[in-house]
Design a protein around this ligand. Structure first.
Ligand SMILES: [Zn+2]
Ligand SMILES: [Zn+2]
Length: 433
């Protein structure tokens, strides 16, 4: 009897479980107006990557009032809000803060009118990737975890990251001495909103969930001349056409169909007139893959094919193509399967089996992957969170992420997302890595 009582006191899911569950439910149900206020302000005031000064100031003001200690100098506009709450695990939860150069066309009363500058040109700015959903969820979690501090112990590091869309924010944070001085997390979590799942439902994808992203510029050289005398030239336009076609065999013929990858040539620039064969053609590519081996293999095939085609065209080695990998590479997102299992168990037990679903990997990138690929290999997980109004589910009209009409159902998404993530956090604080 004594032993049983002791066990239930110690068990995270014993005596404490019921009141916490009810407190979380009550708090998220009663906080609708705060969630709406945060979301609408953040949605109306998007800022471009690296420029999120006002956004960071807004978030900092809120979390300081909740009792968090803010650490700055994490690179660009990034900062951390830390709640030290006794002994126990250390958990990092990250939001991103940047908007996109997209002109909003949602027709919402709080639609963004914001302007920014990209490559010296004025552009409209919009939270078209739902980072405003991420930030509002982050604030909701911050408030809930502070109010529930009697029910968990450990250290919560809430990370607010700059420049996710350009793949620079996570790397800058990891390289910053201020981040290195923060306690090392036992687990790392984040969410990304999903334009296909019902509002608030979590989507799990264990293992590689999002692809590594690389951007490469390739210059194909030739020997220019008169368009009427191609025999006196080496035509880089023809060579580019052969190259673009040939590299599509890398995915279709060199890689296993169980090893997904994408090679897209998104821009071809060369030449000025129909009767002039130019000296060169510039190609712009994006390359998506999951494993580091596949990524390296693709790079090597791109070179082998390019160099051999150039040689076959009669070009000397110094005129073989230039392959310029841009400094925009981000690592794949690897979701720790054991952590995924743990979170699903919590959600099933504390909320419901339908509070989550399983989803397939996608070829889009997210720089959250950088946090798990440090030498410490900290178990990390990014959850998808559905944003689609239940009545719209299945509609072919749903705008996707990064489009001007992306309008998540925030009022139904936020309370559920905040409840699910906070429930997972409280239970993780009661468990051992
Ligand atoms: Zn995005
Ligand atoms: Zn995003």
């Amino acid at each position: 009897m004594k032993k049983l009582l002791l066990l239930s006191l110690l068990s995270p899911f014993g005596l404490f479980a019921q009141p916490v569950k009810e407190l979380i439910l009550k708090e998220t149900a009663n906080s609708q107006s705060a969630y709406a206020q945060w979301y609408q302000w953040l949605h109306a005031h998007p800022e471009l990557s690296r420029e999120e000064k006002n956004t960071a100031a807004y978030l900092k003001k809120e979390v300081k009032e909740m009792g968090y200690t803010v650490t700055d100098s994490l690179g660009l506009q990034s900062f951390a809000a830390v709640l030290q709450n006794g002994k126990g695990p250390i958990i990092l939860y990250r939001t991103d803060m940047d908007g996109l150069p997209v002109k909003e066309e949602t027709g919402l009363s709080f639609a963004s009118q914001a302007q920014g500058e990209k490559d010296g040109q004025p552009v409209s700015v919009m939270h078209a990737c739902g980072h405003d959903i991420h930030m509002s969820t982050w604030l909701g979690i911050a408030r809930l975890m502070a109010r529930l501090r009697k029910h968990w112990s450990g250290t919560l590091i809430l990370l607010a990251q700059s420049a996710e869309e350009i793949g620079q924010g996570a790397r800058a944070i990891l390289a910053s001495p201020a981040f290195q001085r923060l306690p090392r997390a036992d687990w790392q979590l984040a969410i990304h909103d999903h334009a296909g799942l019902p509002a608030g439902q979590a989507g799990f994808c264990d293992g590689y969930a999002m692809a590594s992203v690389d951007m490469m510029n390739i210059t194909i050289y030739g020997k220019g001349g008169h368009g009427a005398a191609p025999q006196q030239t080496i035509d880089p336009v023809l060579l580019s056409a052969q190259y673009i076609t040939a590299i599509q065999s890398i995915v279709s013929r060199n890689l296993s169909s169980n090893d997904p990858a994408v090679i897209t040539v998104g821009a071809v620039n060369g030449g000025t007139a129909g009767n002039i064969i130019p000296d060169k053609v510039e190609l712009k590519l994006t390359i998506r893959s999951f494993s580091p081996e596949t990524r390296q293999f693709i790079f090597s095939r791109l070179k082998t094919i390019g160099n051999n085609l150039a040689e076959a065209a009669g070009l000397p080695a110094e005129k073989w193509p230039d392959y310029n990998l841009l400094d925009m590479s981000i690592k794949p997102v690897y979701n720790d399967p054991a952590l995924g299992e743990k979170l699903r168990t919590v959600l099933s037990r504390e909320i419901s089996d339908s509070s989550y679903t399983l989803v397939k990997p996608v070829m889009i990138g997210e720089d959250f992957g950088e946090y798990s690929q440090t030498p410490e290999k900290i178990p990390s997980y990014i959850l998808w969170i559905g944003t689609v109004a239940p009545e719209k589910k299945g509609s072919a009209e749903l705008p996707s992420l990064h489009t001007s009409r992306f309008a998540p159902d925030y009022s139904r998404t936020l309370p559920v997302a905040i409840r699910s993530v906070s429930t997972c956090l409280v239970q993780l604080f009661h468990s051992k890595r």
